[in-house]
Design a protein around this ligand. Structure first.
Ligand SMILES: NC(=O)c1ccc[n+]([C@@H]2O[C@H](COP(=O)([O-])OP(=O)(O)OC[C@H]3O[C@@H](n4cnc5c(N)ncnc54)[C@H](O)[C@@H]3O)[C@@H](O)[C@H]2O)c1
Length: 255
């Protein structure tokens, strides 16, 4: 699809990969609404890209529905959904002094990363399904989710995070199949290690070491490179039902 002038929603668009994608889509002419919990930063980004911001908790049905109503009034119903909202949780299954993993933090990762992603997918796609077709392929829209290479190569301490991201990998094909009759494509990007606020809390030394572990190019990914792939998925109609690793060929070691 041609991104220019299409309404787009980017969850997690206040920061990192989502922010870069919101900026990139806006530069291509999309009318972008950011859904994020971080209202302060989200409002700044939205103003800079002449977009719109809605304070949203992606796990909350009423929140997402109200924000979709507002976004629709402002820009029209979304044709592009980018799901970037997410959190990182790190804890071993059995920790120091044989303490078991907190069930609360495991549930939180599943709730925000997996259930939050599916919540927005289902509510947005139900609206998209009723829109006019955009082109001769009867396309109505595209949905892009964000997993992680941890879904496949989860490291020590990543049981919760890896499980939440593997859930996103697992739903990609069945949701693409479900929505195929409406002309809505669904793909998932599984990023490797990207420089975002999630990562910038690490020291420069640790960041350099992470970058050096990437076969080629030996550095961390730039959020703009994620945004570039999101653009390609929007534009290339044969990309559907697929999970794409964006990782410079890194395969994560156990730790
Ligand atoms: N940075 C990486 O190296 C990397 C690698 C693999 C996968 N990812 C995934 O990419 C996505 C974006 O990560 P990032 O690095 O840009 O992180 P980030 O922390 O910079 O951005 C995440 C955004 O999600 C928002 N958010 C969190 N919970 C939310 C909720 N319940 N409702 C609405 N918004 C919420 C945060 O406020 C934040 O603005 C995440 O899903 C992350 O797991 C990141």
């Amino acid at each position: 699809m041609d991104i220019n002038s299409l309404p787009a929603i980017v969850t997690g668009g206040s920061s990192g990969l989502g922010e870069a994608t919101a900026r990139h889509l806006a530069s291509l002419g999309a009318k972008v609404t950011i859904f994020d919990l971080n209202a302060e930063r989200g409002a700044i980004v939205a103003a800079e890209i002449k977009g719109h911001f809605e304070k949203v908790d992606v796990t909350n049905e009423a929140n997402v529905t109200a924000a979709l109503d507002n976004a629709e009034k402002k820009h029209g119903a979304a044709r592009i959904l980018i799901n970037c909202a997410g959190i990182v949780v790190g804890s071993k299954t059995v920790g120091r002094d044989n303490i078991p993993h907190s069930l609360e933090s495991f549930s939180q990762a599943i709730n925000i990363n997996l259930i939050g992603t599916f919540n927005v997918i289902r509510l947005v796609s139900a609206r998209m399904a009723g829109l006019e077709e955009l082109n001769e392929d009867h396309e109505r829209g595209v949905i892009i989710n964000t997993a992680s290479i941890a879904a496949m190569d989860g490291q020590i301490g990543q049981a919760a995070y890896a499980a939440s991201k593997a859930g996103i990998v697992g739903l990609t094909l069945p949701v693409a199949r479900d929505l195929s009759r409406f002309g809505i494509r669904v793909c998932t990007i599984a990023p490797g290690i990207f420089i975002t606020p999630m990562m910038s809390s690490l020291t420069e030394e640790v960041q350099d070491a992470l970058g050096a572990a990437v076969p080629f190019p030996s550095r961390m990914g730039k959020p703009e490179e994620y945004a570039q792939l999101a653009q390609q998925i929007c534009e290339n109609r044969m990309l559907n039902g697929e999970v794409i690793r964006l990782d410079g060929a890194i395969r994560l070691a156990p730790r």
